[in-house]
Design a protein around this ligand. Structure first.
Ligand code: PHB
Length: 456
């Protein structure tokens, strides 16, 4: 929404990898378009030939980063692995996020953490507590520095800044800087509210004490040593069968970074990715030119600019949205109605449903509630995740369900197939449900590493 285009004005170095530059451009355009663009539109926006866009998108689809659906290309949840590498290597949302969450609880207001990204600011953590606001920012969103409280903190070096409706009417925020052990400002914490609740000055007076206490606590956490770097890494072999191999290889460089390895020398990046040194070096030169990587003391680091590769549109999602393409595929495979449900007391509520078009298909609408005891999904949700088969919910129907678990292993939803009795074979149903469930869980887990993903 407020993404500022960051077109590099200097020409790329001679050794820059052109297909990697094109692939990054495609990902950035899809991000700016909130996740989906027609392939023809991508060709127009990038100025590339349609055949080139098709090959790039086929490579991104091969990596799981993009989904191709007819004429459209959409960002896909596995791309969050790139944002996660950046968020992890920043060592900010991981260690400081829980303290921001606590401050939001204490004040009953929204709280965010932002880092500088060139002249702009980039959100790396968000705790939403908003009632009256029409917009809210997501992890990965960019705001102009001079029009946001965190930007004023970074730009002016002040201990305290107020955003009195600079971004949007009614939106007010106060921000304070958080310093690293070397005294440099690493991020800013903001408390965000609305003019219906406070004046900007009143917000400052109310939150200053707790915000400053939170910042002191954050600075203590930052002064502790980070996770120790592992000694060896197993190389992730770059895909050799992608249509555009140099793009596929180049993208593996980004996920070599994490909290234990926020700064890496070329040799470690080559080892971690399994790329020849010269190939890794050219990819890094390309990233450096585009502002995704910085180099200092022979060590490379990711910049928050990496969050411009899909993070914001992929981070505000729900389990039903993540599951949607998998439900369509599963329903197509089994030729039956499949869906998701969550528990609500003694009932289950359907949160997603995909049914094949045919007469006599099972009709359970999204939002409908059924007694937990009468559905397989209900049994799964009630009984701690054991797979279940139930005859019901109506006479003549049979349903089978498997659990979907979050990163912590808690059952958050059930995936079911429901059909008229006498159709389908339990063994085939179970195998297909488990495989689809595993795919949905993998995407849920990569998406929810640094942001919360509601089950409905
Ligand atoms: C936000 O977190 O939404 C936020 C923070 C600071 C601002 C504006 C918005 O100045």
């Amino acid at each position: 929404m407020l993404e500022v285009s960051s077109v590099s004005v200097t020409p790329p170095p001679a050794e820059a990898v052109a297909p990697l530059m094109r692939g990054l451009d495609v990902l950035r355009r899809l991000t700016d378009a909130e996740g989906t663009l027609a392939l023809a539109e991508l060709a127009r926006a990038t100025g590339l030939a349609r055949s080139t866009v098709d090959r790039i998108c086929a490579t991104l689809a091969h990596l799981g980063y993009v989904r191709l659906d007819g004429r459209d290309a959409s960002l896909a949840p596995p791309l969050m692995a790139v944002a996660n590498a950046c968020l992890d290597a920043l060592r900010i949302p991981g260690p400081l996020g829980p303290l921001a969450d606590r401050l939001a609880d204490e004040l009953d207001e929204s709280v965010s953490i932002a880092v500088p990204d060139g002249p702009d600011i980039r959100f790396v953590h968000q705790v939403l507590r908003r009632r009256a606001l029409s917009i809210s920012f997501r992890v990965g969103d960019l705001l102009p520095g001079e029009r946001s409280a965190p930007g004023l903190v970074f730009g002016r070096g002040v201990p305290w800044a107020v955003d009195d409706q600079l971004v949007e009417r009614g939106l007010i925020a106060v921000a304070a800087p958080v310093h690293g052990p070397d005294g440099a400002v690493v991020c800013a914490v903001s408390v965000v509210s609305h003019t219906s609740r406070h004046t900007a000055q009143g917000l400052g007076e109310t939150v200053r004490g707790p915000l400053e206490a939170c910042v002191r606590e954050m600075e203590r956490v930052l002064a502790r040593p980070g996770p120790a770097a592992g000694t060896t890494e197993t190389g992730t072999a770059p895909p050799e069968d992608a249509p555009v191999v140099s793009l596929a290889r180049g993208l593996t460089v980004l996920t070599a970074f994490d909290a234990a390895h926020p700064a890496l020398p070329l040799s470690r990046i080559a080892d971690a990715t399994g790329l020849p040194r010269a190939t890794a070096r050219r990819a890094l030169l390309t990233y450096e030119h585009l502002g995704y990587v910085t180099r200092g003391d022979a060590l490379y680091r990711l910049t928050p600019h990496v969050l411009g590769l899909g993070c914001a549109p992929l981070s505000r999602t729900t389990l039903p949205r993540i599951a949607a393409p998998h439900l369509t595929a599963l329903s197509g495979l089994l030729g039956e109605s499949v869906g998701l449900s969550v528990r609500e007391g003694d009932a289950v509520r359907c949160t997603a449903r995909v049914a094949p078009r045919r007469v006599m298909s099972v009709d359970i609408g999204v939002g409908s509630r059924l007694p937990a005891a009468r559905t397989a999904a209900g049994h799964v949700l009630r009984d701690g995740g054991a797979e279940a088969v139930v005859d019901g919910p109506e006479a003549g129907l049979r349903s089978m369900a498997v659990p979907l678990r979050d990163r912590a292993g808690r059952v958050v939803s059930a995936l079911d197939v429901t059909a008229h009795q006498g159709r389908g074979e339990d063994g085939a149903w179970r195998e297909a449900l488990r495989a689809a469930g595993a795919r949905i869980e993998a995407e849920l887990h990569v998406t929810s590493r640094f942001v919360s993903v509601p089950a409905h």
